[in-house]
Design a protein around this ligand. Structure first.
Ligand SMILES: Cc1cc2nc3c(=O)[nH]c(=O)nc-3n(C[C@H](O)[C@H](O)[C@H](O)COP(=O)(O)OP(=O)(O)OC[C@H]3O[C@@H](n4cnc5c(N)ncnc54)[C@H](O)[C@@H]3O)c2cc1C
Length: 211
């Protein structure tokens, strides 16, 4: 932890367990990447995947965000998992259960030699088991993609899992209070309109749906 990643607001929610950080990253499909352009901050959602001890981010060569990341522009990357609603007896005390991670630093451009394995890792993270079925990306597709690795050596993790903390004068209220967990799950697969007839849904997708 650095001075910049020390949690000041609700410091008891800061979590230093590397396994919690690992779990937040391993469940993430999307990270929000914030950069400042001419003094204006922009926070953009992008797909992400763990890669060794870094976080992979990829995008079009034409993307302003990726041009900035490739130039080593300082960035802030956040990953958020909202895990429940905390339904308190007042709006003031109502909140959320969450696990969130913030990483500060500058991305490094993935070298030519690492590019295909990195893209493979990204696909395998987002669509497990599918890479073995998919055709190889063409040189043109690979060349059109920028891929960077964001460092995870200056991070903070904040975890909020508490009970509603209502004021004493609200405790006689008849209003229901508690936690409503939020679960993220896949729905039933919908075949593409142009899918050739007779192609079954792969078994591995059933395992994703089953969770
Ligand atoms: C789903 C969700 C909903 C939230 N809703 C609200 C809300 O409505 N209002 C509100 O005030 N706050 C909310 N928070 C908390 C919010 O993210 C900030 O932690 C909080 O506002 C304190 O901001 P600060 O700038 O004072 O943080 P400080 O404690 O001053 O930040 C210092 C350092 O702590 C770390 N840090 C701070 N927040 C986080 C975080 N969330 N995750 C990881 N590291 C962090 C960073 O490294 C940061 O540089 C929410 C968080 C989540 C995940």
């Amino acid at each position: 932890m650095s001075e910049r990643t020390e949690v000041h607001r609700s410091p008891h929610k800061q979590n230093h367990d590397p396994e919690v950080a690992k779990s937040i990253i391993s469940r993430a499909l999307v990270a929000h990447v914030a950069i400042s352009v001419d003094g204006q901050p922009f926070a953009l959602p992008v797909a992400c995947a763990p890669f060794k001890d870094e976080l992979l981010l990829h995008g079009s060569n034409a993307s302003r965000l990726f041009k900035a990341l490739m130039d080593g522009t300082p960035a802030c990357v956040t990953i958020t998992h909202v895990e429940g609603l905390v339904l308190a007896r007042s709006s003031y005390e109502s909140s959320m259960h969450y696990q969130s991670l913030m990483a500060l630093g500058s991305a490094r451009l993935i070298s030519e030699g690492e590019k295909r394995p990195a893209l493979q890792a990204l696909t395998a993270h987002l669509f497990p088991q599918r890479p073995s079925e998919l055709r190889q990306s063409t040189e043109q597709e690979v060349n059109a993609t920028s891929i960077v690795a964001f460092p995870l050596n200056e991070i903070s993790v904040k975890v909020s899992h508490g009970q509603p903390k209502d004021k004493d004068f609200d405790m006689d209220s008849d209003i229901w209070a508690g936690i409503l967990p939020i679960k993220v799950s896949y729905g039933q697969p919908i075949p593409a309109d142009n899918l050739r007839p007779g192609i079954p849904v792969p078994d591995y997708i059933a395992t994703w749906v089953a969770g």
